[in-house]
Design a protein around this ligand. Structure first.
Ligand code: NDP
Length: 494
């Protein structure tokens, strides 16, 4: 295991939802499991007028998010943990705030011996990523003369290719690329990382992982919930920006990439970049029309309860065209994947919550058991990313008895059966990696731009054309016509 050096984590947006719900519980889990260095403090910063004590109460001692994650025996640790947390109030006048902030960082550093190693975590609205970085730079907090400096940036990273490029350019003015860690919490999930191990640590899958044996690949991200309280944010974003451009593109890259030379961050990220650049970008309106589908959930009754349609949700424009369902068919233009169709869909208000990659293998060329019940959909490898993380292989077996009758059998592996200890949550894993300077599971500037380059023309087409916004009943598997995308290869229904 890499060494975790003494350090300070400065969280901008310390009074926000992410800090309370994910970051502090993740840091607590790292402390509980002995991953934190001897000298470690958190300095929260935001505009809420809190004292150190109020910050500790809000995110630790009185926090329901933390309490629901710990058992009786761990409650004793809470006070000691809270003592490592500090808070600094910023005002709206950003620039002049940073001198006092620097002084606070300096004094905590000398008092707690954090060796001038700082991580700055930007958990604020994206509009202030640039200004905060600039102010840190002006205070010399980017310089690595003594100790190291890292900047973690939350998603969304840009709103389009142009804005992502602008943001990269702006951050690069103040921090060097190796100092910047762009977080995508899907990469912190064990099962997403396991995609690499499944592919590159075994000799049984990789020889089949290409156009010669794979008929098509299907990736589904279904959420059973609606937009909940995030209507205002979601209406400006939509399924393609919120899920596809970030999380699903990362999964796609892991599924299609070539084997890296080794498991170093740069080798893996170089291969991911190459993979994302090989996606066939769709620009022709006819191609976009035939290969993309957007839809919104409409009011329906689920388990006897009426559920609102998307346009009736709070803070959503009643005439909104924002998609809560996106299904995209595309191809990958390289030697391995030429002409293999990929079907990727992401949606809210589906019948269940599931994220999975399904590899559909081709039918054997010569079928001697064709009439014995073997179907052309029998060979599948299903990688379940959530929930019930694991791997399922579906294949045909002989039914005992005279003659040959074939039935489908499952080889099912549950990831939870493997971990003797607590399986780290995504934010725990990613924070620990950043503390140790390992950027393997963080997105690089060029990767993010390559992902946007694929998604941008689809968004432009949806915005500027009269591409239909279909409807689907809340609780159903999307609009009926989405099956037309996948027709010819089977049904797109669970
Ligand atoms: P919130 O709106 O709950 O919190 C935003 C935080 O930023 C608040 O603490 C706010 O505090 C602070 N803030 C606003 N302006 C400034 C500023 N100028 N300087 C310093 N702090 C400021 O958002 P979330 O916590 O939900 O999200 C934070 C980031 O994480 C966003 O970029 C979001 O997209 C991303 N994210 C969030 C997820 C989640 O589950 N919540 C999931 C994935 C990504 P104050 O008003 O006190 O200054």
């Amino acid at each position: 295991m890499n060494k975790t050096e003494n350090q300070m984590l400065v969280i901008f947006g310390a009074s926000g939802d992410l800090t309370a719900r994910k970051l502090i519980p993740a840091i607590f889990a790292l402390a509980r499991d002995g991953y934190l260095p001897e000298n470690f403090v958190v300095l929260g910063a935001s505009r809420s007028p809190w004292s150190d004590e109020e910050f500790r109460e809000n995110v630790v001692t009185e926090s329901k998010h933390l309490r629901e994650k710990i058992d009786e025996s761990q409650k004793k640790m809470i006070t000691g943990f809270a003592d490592r947390l500090f808070y600094h109030e910023l005002s709206d006048d950003q620039d002049s705030d940073y001198g006092p902030l620097k002084k606070r960082i300096d004094s905590l550093n000398s008092e707690h011996h954090t060796d001038s190693n700082y991580i700055f975590y930007l958990s604020t609205p994206p509009s202030v990523y640039g200004p905060i970085s600039k102010n840190l730079h002006q205070q010399g907090l980017h310089k690595e003369d003594e100790g190291w400096r890292r900047l973690i940036v939350e998603k969304p990273f840009g709103y389009s290719l142009e804005t992502a490029k602008k943001l990269n350019k702006s951050l690069h003015q103040y921090f060097k690329e190796p100092q910047i860690f762009r977080i995508d919490h899907y990469l912190g999930k064990e099962t997403v990382q396991n995609l690499l191990v499944t592919r590159f640590a075994n000799s049984i899958f990789e020889p089949l992982w290409n156009r010669n044996y794979i008929h098509h690949i299907e990736i589904t991200n279904a959420e059973s919930g609606g937009v909940e309280k995030r209507g205002g944010y979601y209406d400006k974003s939509g399924a393609l920006r919120d899920m596809f451009q970030s999380h699903l593109m990362q999964i796609i890259a892991f599924v299609i990439m070539e084997p890296p030379l080794n498991s170093n961050a740069e080798q893996i990220r170089d291969e991911k970049l190459k993979a994302l650049k090989s996606l066939r970008v769709m620009t022709d309106p006819k191609v976009l029309h035939d290969n993309t589908i957007r839809a919104q959930y409409i009011s329906s009754v689920i388990d006897g309860e009426k559920v609102k349609g998307y346009r009736e949700e709070a803070d959503v424009d009643p005439e909104s065209k924002t998609e809560t369902y996106a299904a995209i068919k595309f191809f990958v233009d390289n030697w391995r994947w030429a002409e293999v169709p990929f079907y990727v869909r992401t949606a809210k208000r589906m019948p269940t919550k599931v994220t999975e990659v399904v590899i559909h293998f081709k039918t054997p060329h010569h079928q001697i058991f064709k009439d014995a019940g073997m179907s052309n959909k029998d060979n599948k490898l299903i990688i379940r990313i959530q929930p019930d993380e694991g791997i399922l292989i579906k294949f045909g077996v002989k039914v005992p008895g005279q003659g040959f009758k074939v039935e489908r059998a499952n080889l099912d592996f549950y990831y939870s059966g493997l971990a003797e200890n607590h399986v780290m949550e995504a934010y725990e894993r990613l924070l620990l990696d950043a503390m140790q300077g390992d950027a393997t599971l963080y997105a690089r500037a060029d990767e993010v731009e390559a992902a946007w380059a694929f998604v941008d023309p689809i968004l432009e087409y949806w915005k500027n054309s009269d591409a239909k916004v279909h409807g689907y009943s809340a609780g159903a598997w999307g609009p009926e016509n989405a099956d037309s995308l996948i027709d010819g290869v089977g049904m797109w229904r669970n």
